[in-house]
Ligand binder design. Structure first.
Ligand SMILES: [Zn+2]
Length: 203
């Protein structure tokens, strides 16, 4: 059981278990009208590949995944993607995914880390762990907003609506690897000041 869990934590194993969980996910309430649609797991794996291969933008991923033969080959063989979506198609499909569903992948990998007995190695002092966290913004607008938007009121009277997530990972000073936790959205109810909202999202 320990060896199996360790196998699943190799890069091939991690990608494989992510893809299997993505294949079980539902695409949200809005169904696509296209008949020959690309599977949701292909869209999610493409997004994962975009970050894993460190593409600076969706557009660049789009260009390389269509034109570069080596990238195309890796996306198929390593990431198991059958059809590579365009950047707009990927956006459309991923917009309908409930972020809660993505948590399952983090939880499953975390369970494998526990099963493989690797979690103890991250203990820092007296059985305590170090969780390094920071908030990052991913949306900001002066006129587009929703009910969950955080709001900043500027001195000149304009309002800025924004969304942030808190990202955290278990770290250890002697280890190169980190164990990331699922990102937690910072909501309006978490508080108005930077410290309040980050503290509440951490809880
Ligand atoms: Zn919003």
């Amino acid at each position: 059981m320990i060896t199996k869990a360790k196998e699943r934590l190799s890069i091939g194993g991690l990608l494989d278990s992510s893809r299997k969980l993505f294949q079980k996910m539902s695409a949200g309430s809005i169904k696509t009208k296209r008949t020959n649609s690309i599977t949701l797991s292909d869209c999610l794996m493409s997004a994962l590949a975009m970050f894993n291969l460190k593409f600076p933008s969706l557009l660049q991923f789009d260009t390389y995944s269509q034109d570069d033969e080596i990238i195309k080959h890796n996306l198929k063989s390593l990431f198991g993607i059958e059809q590579i979506p365009s950047d707009t198609y990927m956006r459309d499909r991923l917009d309908n995914v409930d972020p809660q569903e993505i948590r399952k992948v983090f939880k499953s990998i975390f369970a494998d880390v526990q099963r493989a007995g690797l979690l103890q190695e991250f203990q820092f002092i007296d059985g305590y762990y170090l969780l390094s966290c920071d908030a990052t913004g991913f949306f900001s607008s002066n006129d587009v907003y929703c009910d969950s938007c955080c709001v900043k009121e500027h001195r000149n009277g304009t309002k800025e609506y924004y969304h942030q997530v808190l990202c955290g990972a278990l770290v250890h000073p002697n280890k190169k690897q980190v164990i990331p936790f699922p990102p937690e959205p910072i909501k309006k109810i978490d508080g108005a000041s930077k410290n309040d909202c980050e503290f509440n999202a951490t809880k």
